[in-house]
Design a protein around this ligand. Structure first.
Ligand SMILES: CN(C)c1cccc(CNc2ccc(C(N)=O)cn2)c1
Length: 252
């Protein structure tokens, strides 16, 4: 449970400095300074016992590339588990994983700590995944050179939901994506630029009208750009009529 005690990420990676960048800027850096967010990196190479400190080897059955060995990863994960007594979920970032979405991000933000496993090369020996990994997570259907960027994305998306990390607590909650919708348009000074003026409702000071307009825009944009997302979120009667209003105006 994340009862406002913050979250700790233990990341198993061959490139600790790379993943540390995820918490070195912006709100994540401030959250670290305030002890709401912690990142500890564990390098499997430090647990490679042979003279060459090898963490990978050639694939059984032949084929291109290399596979990450079990032992260094297992020992790095064990070191992470030992570092903080409580049982932590081990998530492997991999194209074979469950697709990450905001619902899953919200679920992950409830943990007090997570161990993230970053693979390189052609992948990880399946026996390590069977023995140590609780779940595989993918950030999208494409192959990267390593799991570090996906791990950094998970860290960023989850960290911003941890209570106290974002300055305005409402903003995370108000994320339209939190409601399964795309976001509404945003405007700031100057009121007009390049012949384009800010919508009058946003200048009216009528907070109810502003909230209605923003919800309508989020619904309309989702309908226009990502209609399949609308299927997933159960629109109540008010939302449905707001969307219909948008569609009527759009179709003119
Ligand atoms: C089987 N295989 C290629 C593989 C297995 C494990 C890790 C890696 C490292 N690369 C990654 C990782 C995640 C993603 C993603 N989409 O989240 C994309 N690439 C590759």
């Amino acid at each position: 449970m994340n009862a406002g005690g913050g979250i700790r990420f233990d990341v198993v990676t061959l490139f600790p400095d790379f993943v540390r960048a995820a918490v070195s800027y912006g709100v994540a850096a401030r959250a670290c300074a305030r002890g709401l967010l912690q990142l500890v990196a564990w390098n499997p190479r430090d647990y490679a016992r042979d003279r060459h400190r090898s963490v990978d080897d050639r694939p059984y059955g032949g084929g291109p590339g290399m596979v990450m060995k079990v032992e260094p990863l297992r020992d790095a994960i064990q070191a992470a588990r030992t570092a903080v007594a409580d049982r932590a979920s081990v998530i492997c970032l991999s194209p074979q994983g469950r697709l990450l979405d905001q619902v899953r991000v919200q679920e992950l933000s409830q943990h007090s700590r997570l161990i993230l496993l970053c693979g390189r090369y052609e992948g990880i020996d399946e026996r390590l995944i069977e023995a140590e990994v609780d779940e595989e997570c993918s950030i999208g259907d494409y192959v990267l050179s390593g799991g570090e960027l996906p791990a950094m994305i998970v860290i960023d998306a989850v960290a911003r939901l941890v209570p106290g990390v974002l300055g305005h607590p409402g903003s995370a909650g108000q994320d339209s994506f939190g409601a399964g919708l795309l976001d509404c348009p945003h405007y700031t000074r100057p009121v007009e630029i390049g012949g384009r003026r800010t919508p009058e409702v946003l200048l009216s000071g009528d907070h109810q009208a502003v909230a209605r307009w923003r919800h309508k825009q989020a619904l309309g944009r989702t309908w226009l750009r990502r209609p399949e997302l609308l299927e997933r979120c159960m629109l109540d009667a008010q939302a449905r009529s707001l969307l219909q209003e948008f569609i009527d105006e759009y179709q003119g």
